[in-house]
Design a protein around this ligand. Structure first.
Ligand SMILES: [Zn+2]
Length: 273
């Protein structure tokens, strides 16, 4: 091959790749700018009980966020799951309940999550290896761990059966839980403290700190899952689930937490009057 051909081929390849990248960007931009269809809006309103909490402006923001979410994340069906468009819509609908703050549509949407993996049911993960502090031995549990959800670098993993249970009113909401972890990850400076407006920080530290200590002391807590006592990060996941799945009970037993989460999420969950 003549030597002069190499730069010409390199330039041609670069032009081809640039053109392909540009066409992909335009396709994505087209999908993002197209609003949700009327049947999709209706399916969200019917399928997600918390849709009733939203006023008109919040509902419009929600629809826009769901559309962004659906088309900006990579979706992967795992374990033989048949992932369809309706499931994507409902998962996006639940996750975006966490990002309805004013002007949230102008901010990055779950930047810590690039892809969402969906299994048909609970899935197994390899056993954890936990080093023991003193003698350097490892405690090895041979049994794989069963999970209904997981959040890790760039990913959220979900069991569809448990998403469906949450939509039917189960107190466990794996989408809210894992995406609360994803919000938490946006602020590496503090576990259990996602990015928030500065005026909320003092109340957050006071209420979350006191309630976390209370859950750690409590043997049989009435609303909050004891799992939340493991760490401030799990506590944020568990209280977010309670806010969205059992708002009246949370208000009755933990009114300060209910009020704080209403402010943080800019979303007023029902409370008994
Ligand atoms: Zn968790």
């Amino acid at each position: 091959m003549p030597i002069w051909l190499i730069p010409a081929l390199a330039a041609g390849l670069a032009l081809y790749l640039l053109g392909r990248w540009w066409r992909q960007r335009r396709r994505l931009a087209g999908r993002l700018s197209a609003p949700l269809s009327a049947p999709e809006r209706e399916r969200l309103r019917q399928g997600i009980p918390q849709a009733d909490w939203l006023d008109g402006a919040q509902r419009e923001r929600w629809f826009a966020q769901v559309q962004r979410f659906r088309h900006s994340k990579r979706w992967l069906a795992c374990g033989g799951h048949a992932l369809d468009e309706e499931q994507r819509l409902l998962i996006a609908g639940l996750a975006c309940l966490l990002r309805l703050q004013p002007e949230a549509e102008l901010q990055p949407l779950f930047p810590a999550v690039r892809e969402i993996l969906v299994y048909p049911d609970a899935f197994l993960v390899p056993p954890l290896r936990e080093p023991l502090a003193d003698d350097g031995l490892e405690l090895v549990d041979d049994e794989p761990d069963e999970r209904i959800g997981e959040q890790g670098p760039g990913q959220v993993v979900l069991s569809w059966a448990d998403v469906a249970a949450a939509l039917a009113g189960d107190p466990v909401n794996v989408v809210i839980h894992e995406f609360a972890h994803a919000l938490d990850e946006e602020n590496p400076a503090g576990e259990g403290a996602p990015p928030m407006p500065p005026e909320l920080a003092a109340e957050w530290a006071e209420v979350m700190g006191a309630e976390y200590a209370r859950l750690q002391r409590h043997r049989r807590p009435p609303v909050l899952d004891k799992y939340g006592a493991q760490s401030p990060g799990e506590f944020f996941g568990v209280v977010s689930e309670a806010y969205f799945q059992q708002p009246a009970a949370l208000h009755r037993h933990h009114p300060a937490l209910h009020a704080l989460l209403a402010r943080y999420y800019s979303l007023q969950a029902p409370s008994p009057t």
